[in-house]
Design a protein around this ligand. Sequence first.
Ligand SMILES: [Zn+2]
Length: 303
Amino acid sequence: MTQNSALKRFLQRDRVVRGLTNDGHFRVGAVNLTNTVITAQERHGLSPVAAVFLGRLMAGATLLSSFLKGEERIILEAMGQGPLKRVYAEAVQVGEVRGYVENPQAMLDFSTDTSLGDALGLGLFRVTRILYNQFEPVVGIVELAKGDISTDLAYYLTQSEQVPSAVMLDVSVDDEGKVIKCGGLIVQAMPGAPESEIVTIQDNLRNVTPITDLLGVGYTPEEVLRVVIPGEYRETNHARVDFFCRCSVDRFKSILLSLGAEELTSMRDLGQTELVCQYCNERYDLPADEFEALIEQARARTN
Ligand SMILES: [Zn+2]
């Protein structure tokens, strides 16, 4: 492999970059999440609109998780009366992200005067942080502001957490509805940042070329940041990101075990021994003898 193609492959990986502007006024983040969202669409068999929303939500979760530490996690959920019903994304700071759409086949009829926000309709946006120094998850809920995820996340951060924020999340799809690119960007004002500057950045974001177009012509997350941020910034961290779910056969066995012998026996009698992970759509089908062993184990526990 030539050095050039190695470099190219490195640049095409899904990566998140975070930084701080040199004047200390803003923390910034950018992500290329293309491969992750293509994987999510394949795993869950997502319709175009479902893929767009899950991709945006995963990009938002990944950006926020990049500001956390170690195994700290963030969960974003958007739920509404529209056809998608509920979209869920969860990201760990170490670069793992997973998620699903409650109605993966959701469609939106653009022949009427439908806007993208109608896919969620009226509803709620919930942010959950699982942090080292907090005994309980930290949860915040707001009404959906626009139902396009970018605006909703910015609204949540600005209103609920009192951190003026600009967010841009984007997924492009081809004529057949397959994901081409997914990218995202976040800018958050640090305490003491002049308000006029955040307004300038918000204006920049409204007028900038879509991130998916920039990624399409080969921009890295670092280069995307340079387009949007006026002035210089220094990178404080960068990490690879993958679609990753921590489910496993052993994890499923322990969940089954917790159901108890009676429930397991009726599952076996109904032939319901296949399990599907909600988060990644992985299928686990326990062989009959292993399922029997599990029932025995559950019985032994209650005796
Ligand atoms: Zn899973």
